[in-house]
Design a protein around this ligand. Sequence first.
Ligand SMILES: [Zn+2]
Length: 106
Amino acid sequence: MIQQFFFIPFFFILIFGVLWFVAGILICIWVYHDAKSRGMDGALWVLIVLIANVLGLIIYLLIREEKRPYYRVSPYYEKQARFCSNCGSELAQNAKFCTKCGKAVP
Ligand SMILES: [Zn+2]
């Protein structure tokens, strides 16, 4: 009877611990790929999240938000693509005019 009383909370703590552990691994994988896709140091951010835990993740999300450009463009994509100065739509590589608003491209 006493054994059962102690076993049930232990069982829930174990499940919670396993879920926490799995979630932690998934978050680390996500942070690594997300940081890399933004040209940030993936390994460094995984380390920060591992040390600071939830706080590290919050710090990452805040800093990541600041570094994000006005429109969602990666540094690599930015070099390739051009945007209309009038309407902001994406232009073809050698376009002379914007296909959306017809403004001449300088
Ligand atoms: Zn345009």
